[in-house]
Design a binder for this molecule. Structure first.
Ligand code: MG
Length: 402
């Protein structure tokens, strides 16, 4: 079963009164749209996502819609909600069996509710999440004029009343016919209504009281409380290792951690051959699974000839940050027979920390000898090992292969 998710975020959200469309507002530090997108990115049944955004955001979408682990397509929303959904539907994979539609402004739907709705649609053709009415339901009489008081026409049996939510899910052909009605100028506040009008049975799936729609300022405190209840998302920590070795030769400077250390030999290499920076760069790239130093800074590239390796390190740090990671710490062990580097370690830590963009205390550099054993021990080479830890704040399941 191939499942496409459509997230309706095309509205301008003027009802919340701000300059930012409501779906881009943050609750507990995270935009409503990002929360809704994450629900489907992390959902094991969903294969792709199409987001209908206000047209002015299509060329410059929010960063959390880029570089995602599932395909996310972005389309420009239309005048009405159903127009936005129709445009998104046109971008859905033709192989999709089920299309599940969700409001960006309902960021608290559970993974289980999405699954129940998808399975019900697979069975019945169309399904929506809905809440049984808890209050007594009155039908108001048509007013004789606008200033007349509202009068009760009748009381509707409460057990027959459900309040519609999203997600709403449809078999491909059902949604196609439902949206075709929409083109014929039928106005609908949800897609289930179009499916009903097209003559399809629509199954009710028990909704969730926390699956609120954030549309007016009064909804924000409730949204905030639900987000807090859902808990702080767990940071995901990733670790990378790096290793480097360069020969020691006469006529070259010995640069370690960006600091030139007076010695009769220096490290041979294309750049300044700084093993501390090279090992740290590989550790940082490795933690993000972004390849290695050779891929990003090939020694055939003249711009890195004799370059300070602090620049390589800084470049790698920027790269992983662009991929959404924070750098937590870097720990390096230098293996060098002579000279003693103890007196240079604090300066090396400062240089490395500045290049990486973290505090000095988050950088550790230790010196070791190789006890006279092997080429390093004979003083023919200098080597370094490094470990780096990165963190990203995500739903835990987004790092699990589904
Ligand atoms: Mg190297």
């Amino acid at each position: 079963m191939f499942v496409s998710a459509i997230i309706a975020a095309g509205g301008r959200g003027l009802r919340l009164g701000g300059a930012v469309p409501k779906q881009l507002l943050a609750v507990q530090g995270k935009p409503l749209l990002e929360r809704s997108v994450d629900l489907f990115l992390g959902h094991p049944l969903v294969d792709e996502i199409v987001v209908a955004l206000p047209a002015e955001f299509v060329d410059n979408p929010p960063p959390y819609l880029i570089g995602t682990r599932k395909r996310v397509r972005i389309v420009a929303g239309g005048a009405r909600r159903q127009d936005s959904v129709a445009r998104a539907f046109a971008a859905v994979d033709r192989a999709a069996d089920i299309i599940v539609i969700h409001d960006a402004a309902r960021p608290f739907a559970s993974e289980a509710l999405v699954e129940r709705t998808i399975r019900a649609a697979s069975e019945s053709g169309a399904a929506l999440a809905a809440m049984a009415a808890r209050d007594t339901v009155k039908l108001a009489a048509r007013k004789v004029n606008a200033s007349a008081p509202s009068m009760v026409e009748t009381t509707i049996p409460r057990e027959d009343v459900y309040l519609a939510q999203t997600p709403q899910a449809f078999r491909h052909e059902v949604l196609r016919e439902a949206l075709a009605l929409s083109e014929r100028d039928v106005d609908a506040t949800d897609e289930a209504m179009l499916a009903e009008r097209a003559g399809y049975p629509v199954q009710l799936v028990e909704g969730e009281s926390s699956n609120i729609k954030v549309t007016v300022p009064d909804d924000l405190p409730m949204a905030d409380a639900i987000a807090r209840e859902a808990g702080v998302e767990q940071p995901v920590v990733r670790v990378g290792t790096g290793y480097d070795l360069h020969r020691l030769v006469a006529g070259r400077p010995l640069v370690l951690g960006g600091v030139t250390i007076p010695f009769e030999l220096g490290a041979l290499g294309h750049s300044d051959a700084d093993v501390v920076c090279h090992a740290a760069t590989d550790a940082i790239l490795g933690a993000a699974a972004l390849g290695d130093i050779g891929r990003h800074f090939p020694d055939t590239d003249p711009q890195w000839k004799d370059a300070s390796s602090l620049r390589l390190l800084a470049h790698a740090a920027r790269l992983v940050r662009r991929h959404g990671y924070d750098i937590l710490n870097v720990d390096v062990t230098v293996i060098l027979e002579r000279p003693k580097i103890k007196g240079f370690i604090d300066r090396m830590r400062e240089e490395v920390a500045r290049a990486v963009g973290i505090h000095d205390e988050a950088v550790s550099i230790k010196g070791k000898t190789n006890e006279g054993v092997d080429a390093v021990g004979r003083g023919e080479a200098v080597a370094a090992h490094a470990v780096a830890a990165l963190a990203t704040v995500r739903r835990p399941e987004s790092h699990v292969r589904s």
